[in-house]
Design a protein around this ligand. Structure first.
Ligand SMILES: NC(=O)c1ccc[n+]([C@@H]2O[C@H](COP(=O)([O-])OP(=O)(O)OC[C@H]3O[C@@H](n4cnc5c(N)ncnc54)[C@H](O)[C@@H]3O)[C@@H](O)[C@H]2O)c1
Length: 476
């Protein structure tokens, strides 16, 4: 069946004239890029309906002939608010159609969206079979197409898949050169089922990664009337962000549920608590605490996470997520230790020892386990911290530090020997320098370090990390 012949104008529907939809665009199909959309499931069908409504000529493609027939009849293949209305109208206006003919769809359009399913395989990995098969068909069709074409992947796939797996399949099947004959982009999909059409026209964000600027621009231009601030990035970051988003959403649900259970056994209304929690957009629902880096510490977070775990245990409430926080934090300390010991240092300098910059508080500083472990291994350590002074607050804070869980036993005797208030002398000491605070002084010291001196950066000292053999970022 050739979709491009199917459009049935008799489907013209009564809601077209009286429709108050804000989405309905003027008929500008001739001016806009033509789109083919592969995979007519939840993502693909919404895209067909919405881009058709924006005025594009849109051809849906699926291996499931029943879905193709439904679209061509102006019937939505699934339940989703407003999709039936937009599809009916798109088909009636001759903008929207569907086909199982890959070649025709690709040849008669300028940009292809690929939205086929990527379900979980039995081992938990992402099953890429449908996508690989779609790419083989698309590559074969591309082989005989004149002119430049843009392929835009929307299926959720592990980072690296587009560049290392899909792009080679298409290049091989088409015999064409990426970046010259065709563009490639990854454009993750963030719409929520049940409000997908409204989300399409007011997206939470629009992200496009690509092999080149031309591919990215081709996709970004499609959204110029919807979202002017398209976030442009690499293919791999665009692929990754979708997993990060969904993992974050899942984490939020599980967090709220575990808090809810603890509230319930304590006769506290969890919705009251979380209503207050979400009012805090400075620290709670905000970018704060969301930059990858080193472990948390200080006088509050470790202690209070321990206590909430204790509360749960006392009430026999199961909280596997909350229980995993301290082990995760410990793993981050171990990860830093592994980075350091891999360099087999004999002398190590610490820049910053307190749990964060701008304080003299040593309580449960995650720098302390590194210091004591290295000292115990016989490494010569020296520490510079602008807020630690032996005669003053250090003695006071050591008393607290002894009570905390992860501080080495020898800290009280060790610290006076290793603290040095001369930054230059501490910089001169180590063959490895560990940076625990993000300050301008430390940026200057690291930028001016001697040749061959290694840096372990726990704090993303520079916005753009140094690209050298002697610079080691903890998570970048
Ligand atoms: N459902 C969502 O809300 C959502 C949101 C964001 C991202 N995603 C991702 O988008 C992708 C699609 O999700 P979905 O829920 O729309 O999937 P779906 O299972 O509803 O639909 C996939 C469609 O692809 C078709 N298909 C399979 N092989 C094909 C081929 N070779 N050529 C053409 N069509 C083919 C299938 O017949 C099916 O109609 C997945 O990777 C998913 O993880 C989904």
């Amino acid at each position: 069946m050739d979709a491009l012949e199917i459009v049935d104008n008799s489907l013209h529907i009564e809601d077209t004239a009286s429709d108050d939809s804000a989405y309905h665009a003027a008929d500008s199909a001739a001016l806009l890029p033509r789109l083919s959309i592969f995979g007519l499931g939840y993502v693909g069908a919404v895209s067909v309906a919405c881009f058709g409504d924006l005025g594009h000529r849109v051809v849906g493609v699926d291996i499931d002939a029943a879905k193709v027939d439904r679209i061509n009849a102006g019937i939505s293949p699934m339940v989703e608010l407003d999709v039936p209305k937009l599809l009916r109208r798109g088909v009636a206006m001759g903008r929207v159609s569907a086909t199982i003919d890959v070649r025709n769809a690709l040849h008669e359009t300028d940009i292809s969206f690929i939205c086929v399913g990527t379900p979980s395989a039995t081992d938990g990995s992402c099953d890429l079979r449908y996508l690989q098969s779609a790419c083989e068909n698309i590559g074969a069709a591309l082989a005989t197409k004149e002119g430049y074409h843009v392929l835009v992947f929307r299926s959720t796939i592990p980072p690296g898949t587009t560049r290392n797996l899909l792009l080679p399949i298409i290049a091989k099947a088409s015999g064409k050169e990426p970046g010259v004959d065709f563009g490639v982009a990854f454009h993750p999909e963030f719409l929520r089922e049940s409000t997908a059409v409204a989300d399409f026209f007011a997206p939470p964000k629009t992200v496009v990664g690509g092999i080149d600027a031309r591919s990215i621009k081709a996709v970004a231009d499609l959204y110029k009337d919807i979202d002017e601030d398209v976030l442009e990035t690499s293919l791999e970051a665009a692929e990754m962000v979708k997993y990060v988003d969904n993992t974050w959403h899942a984490l939020k649900v599980s967090f709220a549920n575990e808090i809810g259970k603890i509230c319930k056994v304590n006769d506290i209304d969890s919705h009251d608590v979380m209503e207050i929690f979400i009012q805090d957009t400075k620290l709670n629902l905000s970018p704060y605490y969301l930059k990858p880096g080193y472990a948390f510490g200080g006088s509050c977070l470790p202690k209070d996470v321990r206590e909430i775990g204790h509360l749960a245990r006392m009430a026999a409430v199961t909280t596997p997520l909350l229980d995993s926080i301290l082990p995760s934090n410990h793993a981050q300390i171990q990860h830093a230790m592994d980075l350091i010991t891999r360099l087999v240092p004999r002398r190590v300098s610490f820049l910053g020892l307190t749990f964060k910059a701008g304080t003299d508080d040593l309580r449960e500083s995650p720098m302390l386990p590194l210091l004591t472990a290295l000292a115990e291994q016989g490494v010569a350590v020296q520490v510079f911290d602008p807020h630690l002074d032996l005669k003053g607050s250090v003695r006071h804070h050591l008393a607290h530090a002894r009570h905390s869980k992860n501080d080495g036993p020898d800290l009280a005797t060790m610290l006076p020997e290793v603290l040095n208030q001369d930054l230059d002398a501490v910089m001169a000491h180590g063959d490895v320098v560990i940076v625990g605070h993000r300050t301008q002084d430390f940026q200057a010291a690291i930028a001016a370090r001697r040749e061959g001196q290694h840096v372990i950066d726990l704090v993303r000292l520079f916005d753009q990390p140094e690209d050298s053999d002697t610079y080691h970022g903890i998570c970048w």
